[in-house]
Design a protein around this ligand. Structure first.
Ligand code: NAP
Length: 313
């Protein structure tokens, strides 16, 4: 452990890009989860956790940290953090909203284009020499497609801003209608039936658990495609595989999965899918911006008791 920042040591949960971890270590002494020993003395020194939004934090771990005051996640989703437990103990939870919107939106648009134009297969077609023997199958335009946003929040709006210049038209769902010009659907099935492309960008967690199921996929129909950059928990993965195998939808592009990393899965054997390893925010610029905001949350909190971007608890 590096000595000594003046701030209490932080428990680090998860693997961070090297540059991000190095930046964190310029300001904080970090204790890796595997270094957390069973001495009450060491556990009592931990007042903060720094983590990433794709790690789950079990209540049992928090119970071993009697003086924990803040859980700071690098990421906007916080469905892996036991919020009500934290609230009851007065533990502040912070995330890093907004600074990652552009990177996630860029990936979402990239996934849409990769799927419509079969870019992964086209790359293989050239590399393997298949081009010598024939022509590549036709793809589909993005221009003129109807896109349904499942969740029109910070990231959803950035995706829309990038889709409009491609001449796509927009509709959206969410718990409530917003003051925007695009048609609102309070029923997910009706939204799916209305559009060609469904992009999932709502939060994970209990309220959205498997809201994209066989019924919604049926409504999307055999020419429809699903893009999920939100959380794997939002989509019933068994229903999705069935829809892809039976071609009751045309294709899917997925950055997030029920279990991550994705192990052996029928999804990996289907050619009407594009798969990426939960990398929505994974650019140098964005991960550093997330780290800076996480550090601001922690330093503000330890210095003033007030974090910059706490989540509503
Ligand atoms: P946000 O600003 O809070 O927007 C979330 C949107 O989802 C809101 O428009 C909200 O509208 C809607 N929503 C909330 N609960 C819903 C429900 N029960 N049913 C349907 N819609 C619901 O969040 P954000 O910053 O855009 O981030 C969205 C999510 O993207 C995050 O929670 C995270 O899981 C995911 N994400 C993924 C990556 C990646 O690497 N792939 C990176 C960053 C974020 P209403 O309030 O009207 O319902």
């Amino acid at each position: 452990m590096a000595i000594s920042s003046g701030f209490p040591p932080l428990l680090k949960i998860g693997v961070f890009p090297c540059a991000v971890e190095a930046r964190l270590r310029t300001t904080f002494d970090l204790v890796d989860l595997h270094e957390l020993d069973d001495t009450a003395d060491q556990r009592a020194r931990i007042q903060g956790i720094v983590t990433r939004s794709n790690y789950r934090i079990p209540v049992e771990l928090l119970e071993r940290l009697p003086n924990l005051r803040i859980i700071c996640t690098n990421g906007v989703g916080y469905d892996g953090i036991p919020l009500s437990y934290a609230r009851n103990r007065g533990i502040v939870v912070t995330n890093t909203p907004d600074v990652l919107n552009k990177a996630v939106a860029e990936l979402a648009v990239g996934l849409v284009l990769a799927l419509l134009r079969n870019i992964s297969q086209a790359d293989q077609f050239v590399r393997t020499g298949a081009w010598q023997a024939g022509t590549f199958p036709l793809g589909l335009n993005l221009a003129g497609k109807k896109v349904g946003m499942v969740g029109l929040g910070r990231i959803g709006k950035e995706i829309v801003a990038r889709l409009l210049p491609f001449e796509a038209t927009i509709a959206y769902s969410g718990r409530q209608r917003q003051d925007v010009e695009w048609p609102y659907f309070n029923d997910l099935g009706a939204l799916a039936a209305h559009v060609d492309i469904l992009i999932v960008c709502c939060p994970g967690g209990q309220a959205t658990y498997q809201i994209i199921d066989a019924q919604v996929l049926d409504a999307l129909g055999p020419t429809g495609i699903l893009v999920n950059i939100a959380r794997g928990s939002v989509v019933n993965q068994v229903d999705l595989v069935n829809a892809l195998v039976n071609k009751t939808i045309l294709g899917a592009a997925l950055d997030v999965f029920e279990e991550e990393p994705l192990a052996d899965s029928p999804l990996s054997r289907l050619n009407n899918v594009v798969l990426t390893p939960h990398m929505g925010s994974a650019t140098h610029e964005t991960r550093m911006a997330m780290a800076e905001l996480a550090i601001k949350n922690l330093t503000d909190f330890f210095e003033t008791g007030q974090a910059a971007t706490p989540v509503a608890q």
